[in-house]
Design a protein around this ligand. Structure first.
Ligand SMILES: Nc1ncnc2c1ncn2[C@@H]1O[C@H](COP(=O)(O)OP(=O)(O)OP(=O)(O)O)[C@@H](O)[C@H]1O
Ligand SMILES: [Mg+2]
Length: 628
């Protein structure tokens, strides 16, 4: 509840719209109350002028106006106010008389009042929606910014879909609740209050019975809605399972089809679907019971009211007009309170969403973004790992285990080792995607933790093991992260990456759109685009994680050329899966179980390192082709 309130306070960022909307809701409620109250004299006149009625006095407009003036004179209202509302005698004299004219004019007045009330009510809804939509949009932006600032390890642990659902779903749910509270909630509550006040003014006895009945109905609805909420929460969770299963099958549709696994996938989907059905069925009793129960209580209350009223009328303690009006007012109050029960459920859902959002917004961002942090000067001497140990969360073994390594500027170092030995993990410590638990990484003798993380990342170009492309054109994908690059620079980068030739052959060249996840390009083409992207940044340090997947010989030799060109004058760390890359390196680091097993050149290692010999025999692509 607390978080929901805190988020709701954001309304005050738009005080004009907020105050306007509340005033309008108030206006429309006052209009409604006045309208109900105005019917009383009309009905009294009607009942009194009926044949057989004992009291033949007709209260027409002049009488009513005089009565109002007398009441104002007696009231405790301040003079400046009561003087202003008091109707001048001149007007009273010119008012039409007679039961019919009185009714006619009161109804004309009611018509005007209704139009004003409806207009206020429209403007109120309009303003609150504007308000809430703005809050929602801002909140989403803020939440998304937060997600991107979170440490990578948090996102890996909780999973991207959880973050997405918080940014998109939870914000939506919360603002929906907010809309209902300040929109429907406030408007209906003021309306109900106005109607109850009118009922009390007209006849308090009936109102007391009604309020008791209303309380009973409230308790029933509360009990039922609690059950409904529990069930709905379960259904929402099941729904996200359903969503996950469906996305997985569709994203892997290639694999599904070639493995003829459609039936199994439908089965998996239906299993989740059935679980959802069970949750939905759990609330059906509560949902079906709500309406009949409430109606029964309402009818009983109405009967009681009628009995009390009849008794009072027989005793001449109540006139029929007051009875009808107070019944009408109570009906209006009941009608206004009904949506309020929905608002209560909405608040509960909104509270859950607000808590999840607050968790996200209050999460600790990744370190290295402080304003006071100095910029790391461009690397030109050395890169050192000093006794670095790093473990993934909840993993028993460190992925990088006490590694010490000195690399000179301009050196090309190849990292080799069996799958899962920690090559990718080690290199992701340099741009601080993760921070080691023990040890430090120094660039030119400076600890990277002491500098702004952006300034460190800016001088690093990374080509990852799985190439990541974004939906957009080829040009946008190359200039990703270097938005101010000129057309010439982009073309030059593509040329250096040996990508220009295939881009030129595409139907729209650099303007060719890349499908989601780059699926419209081959693996080799994708990797060359990623290299062009890294080249464009002109990094001092190049980190390249070679793709493990097979790439055709032509692509491979082109990628090899591109890399050896590009790595000149830069410190290059390359996770190698190809013999050609390894042979060109100044040094080769052999890793095993997170540790360095040996360091040396190709022929040295071939002579003395068993792991390396095995790797060359079994793992490094192109081994058989190249003589050693
Ligand atoms: N996000 C993660 N969470 C937990 N453990 C991880 C995570 N990523 C990698 N690991 C573990 O860390 C170890 C090192 O993984 P890493 O990806 O660094 O290996 P690698 O040498 O790059 O392997 P490959 O040659 O297959 O690319 C592995 O045992 C792996 O299971
Ligand atoms: Mg790897």
């Amino acid at each position: 509840m607390r978080n929901f309130l805190i988020f709701s306070l954001r309304m005050f960022r738009y005080p004009g719209a907020l105050i306007g909307s509340l005033i309008l809701a108030f206006f429309s409620a006052v209009g409604l109350g006045t309208a109900i109250l105005a019917i009383q004299p009309v009905l009294q006149n009607v009942f009194n002028s009926q044949p057989g009625a004992t009291d033949q006095t007709i209260r027409d407009l002049p009488v009513l106006a005089t009565e109002l003036n007398a009441r104002l004179a007696k009231s405790r209202l301040p003079h400046w106010l009561s003087d202003r509302i008091t109707i001048p005698q001149g007007i009273i004299d010119s008012l039409p008389t007679g039961a019919y004219d009185t009714a006619l004019w009161i109804f004309v007045g009611l018509g005007v009042l209704t139009i004003l009330g409806a207009t206020s009510s429209f403007l109120h809804a309009y303003l609150t929606q504007t308000l809430v939509n703005r809050i929602l949009t801002n909140l989403r932006r803020e939440a998304f910014r937060r997600v991107l600032k979170r440490p990578l390890r948090d996102v890996i642990t909780s999973g991207p879909s959880d973050m997405i659902s918080r940014v998109v779903n939870d914000t939506g749910m919360m603002s929906g609740a907010m809309l209902n509270v300040i929109g429907k909630g406030f408007a209906e509550a003021t309306k109900a209050l106005a109607a109850v006040i009118v009922a009390l003014v007209v006849d308090w006895r009936l109102s007391v019975v009604a309020v008791v009945a209303g309380g009973v109905i409230g308790v029933i609805i509360r009990q039922l809605s609690r059950r409904i909420k529990k069930g709905s929460k379960g259904a929402l969770e099941r729904q996200s399972d359903l969503y996950r299963v469906a996305t997985e099958s569709l994203q892997g549709l290639r694999v599904v089809k070639v493995h003829t696994a459609e039936r199994a996938e439908v089965g998996r989907f239906h299993k989740a679907n059935k679980k959802m059905l069970r949750e939905l069925n759990r609330v059906r009793t509560a949902r079906s019971l709500a309406s009949p129960l409430v109606e029964a209580v309402a009818v009983i209350a109405l009967g009681t009211l009628a009995l009390i009223a009849i008794k009072a009328m027989i005793d001449k303690a109540l006139d029929p007009a007051s009875f009808v009006v107070s019944l009408g007012a109570l009906g209006v109050a009941g009608g206004a309170l009904k949506p309020l029960t929905g608002v209560i459920t909405d608040i509960q859902i909104g509270t859950a969403a607000a808590d999840r959002l607050a968790e996200l917004l209050n999460s600790v961002p990744e370190p290295g973004h402080g304003f006071k942090l100095a910029k790391m000067p461009r690397h030109k001497r050395s890169l050192e790992f000093k006794d670095v140990t790093f473990s993934y969360p909840n993993q028993p073994r460190p992925a990088v285990d006490a590694i010490t390594l000195n690399i000179a500027h301009g050196e090309t170092v190849a990292f080799v080792g069996p799958n899962g030995c920690g090559k990718t993990s080690l290199l992701s410590l340099i741009p601080r995607l993760f921070d080691p638990q023990i040890g430090d990484i120094l660039i030119d003798g400076l600890n990277i933790r002491d500098f702004s993380v952006r300034s460190v990342r800016r001088q690093i170009g990374v080509v990852t093991q799985e190439t990541v492309l974004f939906s957009g054109t080829i040009r946008q994908n190359i200039s990703y992260g270097s938005t101010d690059a000129t057309e010439d620079e982009i073309i030059e980068a593509a040329r250096k990456a040996r990508a220009l030739e295939f881009i030129r052959r595409l139907p729209q060249g650099f303007d060719t759109p890349v499908a989601e996840q780059g699926l419209s390009l081959s693996g080799g083409q994708r990797q060359r685009l990623a290299i062009a992207r890294a080249i464009l940044r002109d990094p001092a340090i190049l980190i390249l994680d070679e793709a493990t997947s097979m790439i055709d010989a032509e692509s491979e030799s082109k990628i090899g050329e591109a890399i050896s060109d590009f790595s000149r004058g830069r410190t290059s760390l390359i996770v190698a899966h190809r013999l050609s890359t390894v042979v060109q390196a100044d040094r080769i680091v052999v890793m095993d179980y997170g540790k360095i097993a040996d360091i040396g050149r190709h022929h040295e290692l071939l002579g003395r390192c068993e792991i390396y010999q095995r790797l060359v025999r079994t793992q490094l692509v192109g081994s058989e082709l190249s003589p050693t």
